[in-house]
Ligand binder design. Structure first.
Ligand code: UDP
Ligand code: MG
Length: 148
């Protein structure tokens, strides 16, 4: 089954949005497979965002995601990578539709509350980086009430 790496950024934690964000993925029907509250270091943030190292906002981004604790999660379900991105909304909250997490809770691109993997391949890489000991192997008993 497909998995995505979802991370609530320091602003989301500070603003008390952890429960609200988890509830959205949970109520959709996805299964929480991994959950960690972490304070990450600069080198770790640089690794996670390595693909963006040439961007002008890279320094500010690394400072932002290391500025406080983050909630790292693995969510599982059919199409969770693509659907997770839809639940999160467009990168710039000014363009995120109402009803999405960024559309409902964020204003500036540099304080957009949440990260979600953008492809199945990147999800695998991110999960390996953030959950080196693996995730929890369990299945929901309501599975047949979510999947036909
Ligand atoms: N970001 C930024 N300024 C920009 C573009 C991106 O500060 O002009 C930050 C923003 O927090 C974003 C993160 O860099 O979430 C990663 O950028 P990416 O393009 O991967 O967006 P995402 O996948 O998070 O939607
Ligand atoms: Mg991205």
């Amino acid at each position: 089954m497909e998995q995505s790496f979802i991370m609530i950024k320091p602003d989301g934690v500070q603003r008390g949005l952890v429960g609200e964000i988890i509830a959205r993925f949970e109520k959709k029907g996805f299964t929480l497979k991994g959950l960690r509250l972490m304070q990450i270091e600069k080198s770790f943030a640089e690794k996670h965002y390595a693909d963006l190292s040439a961007k002008p906002f890279f320094g500010g981004l690394v400072e932002y995601v290391t500025s406080g604790p983050v909630v790292a999660m693995v969510w599982e379900g059919k199409g969770v990578v693509e659907t997770g991105r839809k639940i999160i909304g467009a990168t710039n909250p000014a363009a995120s539709a109402p009803g999405t997490i960024r559309g409902d809770f964020a204003i500036d691109v540099g304080r957009n509350v949440i990260h979600g993997s953008d492809s199945v391949d990147n999800a695998k890489k991110e999960i390996a980086l953030w959950f080196p000991d693996g995730v929890v192997d369990w299945q929901k008993s309501v599975h047949p009430w979510i999947y036909e």
